[in-house]
Design a protein around this ligand. Sequence first.
Ligand SMILES: NC(=O)c1ccc[n+]([C@@H]2O[C@H](COP(=O)([O-])OP(=O)(O)OC[C@H]3O[C@@H](n4cnc5c(N)ncnc54)[C@H](OP(=O)(O)O)[C@@H]3O)[C@@H](O)[C@H]2O)c1
Length: 264
Amino acid sequence: MVAVEKSFVTSMFSVEGKVALVTGATGALGCVLSKAYGYAGAKVFMTGRNEAKLKALEEEFKAEGIDCAWFAADPAKEEDVKACIAACVAKYGEVNILAVCHGFNKPASVLDQSVEEWQYIMDADCKSVYIVTKFVAEQMVKQGKGGKMVITTSQRSKRGMAGYTGYCTSKGGADLMVNCLAADLTAKYKINVNSICPTVFRSDLTEWMFDPESQVYKNFLNREPVGRLAEPSDFVGYALFLSSAASDYITGANCDCSGGYLVV
Ligand SMILES: NC(=O)c1ccc[n+]([C@@H]2O[C@H](COP(=O)([O-])OP(=O)(O)OC[C@H]3O[C@@H](n4cnc5c(N)ncnc54)[C@H](OP(=O)(O)O)[C@@H]3O)[C@@H](O)[C@H]2O)c1
């Protein structure tokens, strides 16, 4: 008898009925992943600092029949994160999926950036990942049913760039943290932790790079075998895969989703 179950194959990508907590839900990637989890049948609990945007997303998603709620919180603040997880549990009873989509950058040369500004980037992009994953992990362990964590880092986690001592260092730290979290959490608690590492995708901050006449755009295309820059929706498949049973044997991975940026 060939050893694969039909029921596993036909349902392995499902997140139906799961509770997905999304940080940075107000951002370009976070709002797309939130809606995508909702379309896939998950209950979506959105967080970010911007209440007005969270409220607007809730209205938009509910009008489409998505079961969702939100809580305003700063992911770099321990008390905010604890309160956010408690609110999610009060609303939906549990947390099954964590998608980390918040992030911040303020590029400046090491010669021009203050220690305080560098630390702010480190807190926004690295310490926050520790705080969010730590307290969600505690909740998932309490539930005793395992879980999935998908952390957005960057291809800049693996290579340096002028003006990026804060961003690259924090994203590199987050990717290594993912390796450690997997070692702490997967075998014992069935909590898989992986990161997705994009190159440039469209957001308010990167829109200017999508001008086909600009040299930045042309330079990028020379490094993108897929032949275009990314849209946030390009990461939906990866996020659902890493949130579902299909990826049960994948943990601690820093997953390339760069359109082939690494191969040329
Ligand atoms: N766009 C790209 O080209 C690109 C490429 C590689 C990696 N990434 C990474 O992918 C993730 C999502 O990117 P995105 O383009 O969707 O970002 P985005 O549109 O700029 O949104 C990110 C969200 O993070 C929150 N945020 C901003 N500053 C923060 C801070 N100081 N502390 C805590 N939260 C903060 C904001 O929500 P609130 O204001 O509501 O808190 C914002 O909506 C980020 O981690 C980013 O670094 C982006």
